[in-house]
Design a protein. Structure first.
Length: 411
């Protein structure tokens, strides 16, 4: 009983110390707001009343991911929080695909005029706009729960990308000062994204557009403004009018998966000459054959493969994930053309802890490979580096991290 009582006492003391530490950090947070953020906001035209209203009752949100409280060090989380970085096939679950497609078709009919106007102005197809809208906010139906000033304040003060989120916090204050958002609408995702298109505040200031001609860009309540804003974002990021986003293909064993990536592009007709073909059996459109394309194998040899165009990477600019851009392109095709599922199936891969993948990345870096950073995320540079290591060690390249590689790569 004495031991139990001692344990309870120690736990209580630890909890008390932790609460005191948090209280101290909260005070540092308030000092940071006053000394760092307020002068920057004031220089951008934000008034004191707007500033005080934004942070009234706001405290640090300790439940947000990727936080680095004062006095601690950045660490790579063991569990993966975002679907983009988990098992690739999970991102394309039946409910998400079917829901985005069926509602998207309804929205295509309901907002045909706004979509057509946006396409005329920007060159971005309506079905692509719809797919992004569906993915970001379920066509405006998804509840967006967080206070943007709490999220961006917390992440600007103590996150792995503090400078970035500090800039976004100032941009959010500018939005509030200008009165762009309806009362009570400054709600965001856990990353600080706003409204139906889920724009970061700086993106709102750059790309929000008036789609209904009322003189305002209201991405919270106006479907026409949401459509116009998404289209403008993609246009300004380089959307190429007349080109597709990509095509599912079969990749013969003679073509290495290490050829993946936007920095290894070649004319699509040259990919075709290597034996890569569309899974539909149809030829690539002639204007696409003459243009550059890129090999994309998001699960390596363990899933569907694609030849994508520069427009794929414009979609990726919206959310820096191969799977996000692929989801958007695929759902857009389902809405516009009624296509079915990918022909190739996703293999049972993924599920590794980010710390495991990061260890592989560090080992590959030590060998001279460019993995794009040891962040525990299997992007294209990591995938093809794994493939190059496999080929160098006499293995067939699969270009995707697997559990058996955890010790093998580090040897």
């Amino acid at each position: 009983m004495k031991v139990l009582a001692l344990v309870v006492l120690l736990l209580g003391l630890c909890g008390q110390a932790f609460a005191q530490d948090r209280a101290a950090v909260e005070r540092q947070f308030r000092t940071w707001l006053e000394q760092e953020i307020w002068p920057r906001a004031r220089s951008k035209g934000v008034g004191r009343e707007t500033f005080e209203t934004a942070f009234a009752g706001v405290s640090l949100n300790w439940d947000l991911p990727d936080l680095v409280p004062p006095g601690t060090k950045k660490r790579i989380p063991q569990r993966q929080r975002q679907a983009e970085f988990g098992s690739p096939g999970k991102y394309f679950n039946r409910g998400s695909i079917d829901g985005a497609t069926s509602v998207g078709k309804q929205m295509a009919a309901r907002h045909a005029a706004a979509l057509a106007a946006a396409e005329r102005k920007t060159g971005v197809p309506g079905h692509v706009i719809l797919a992004i809208w569906g993915r970001e906010s379920g066509y405006g139906r998804v509840k967006i729960p967080h206070d943007v000033f709490e999220v961006l304040g917390t992440k600007g003060f103590m996150s792995t990308r503090a400078d970035y989120f500090s800039d976004e916090l100032v941009a959010a204050l500018q939005i509030a000062e200008a009165g762009h958002a309806p009362t009570g609408a400054m709600k965001s995702s856990w990353a600080g994204a706003l409204g139906q298109p889920q724009f970061m505040p700086s993106s709102f200031l750059k790309y929000a557009a008036d789609g209904n001609g009322d003189g305002h860009a209201d991405i919270w309540r106006s479907e026409a403004d949401t459509i116009a804003s998404i289209a403008r974002y993609l246009q300004k990021h380089g959307w190429k009018n007349g080109r597709d986003w990509g095509f599912e293909v079969s990749v013969p064993a003679t073509v290495s998966c290490t050829l993946e990536g936007p920095d290894q592009g070649r004319k699509i007709r040259d990919w075709e000459a290597m034996g890569i073909a569309r899974v539909s059996g149809r030829a690539f459109p002639d204007h696409e054959r003459r243009a550059e394309g890129y090999l994309l194998m998001p699960a390596g040899r363990n899933g569907p493969a694609f030849i994508v165009t520069p427009n794929f990477y414009v979609l990726k600019d919206y959310n820096v994930s191969d799977l996000y851009a692929l989801f958007v392109g695929h759902v857009g095709d389902r809405i516009a053309y009624g296509v079915g599922d990918f022909t190739a199936r996703w293999g049972a891969v993924g599920g590794l802890r980010r710390s495991d993948v990061a260890a592989m990345q560090r080992a590959l870096e030590a060998m001279g490979h460019d993995v794009g950073g040891a962040d525990g995320l299997a992007g294209y540079k990591t995938r093809r580096s794994i493939g190059r290591w496999q080929e160098a060690t006499g293995q067939a390249a699969t270009c995707f991290p697997e559990a058996k590689m955890k010790t093998a790569i580090g040897r």
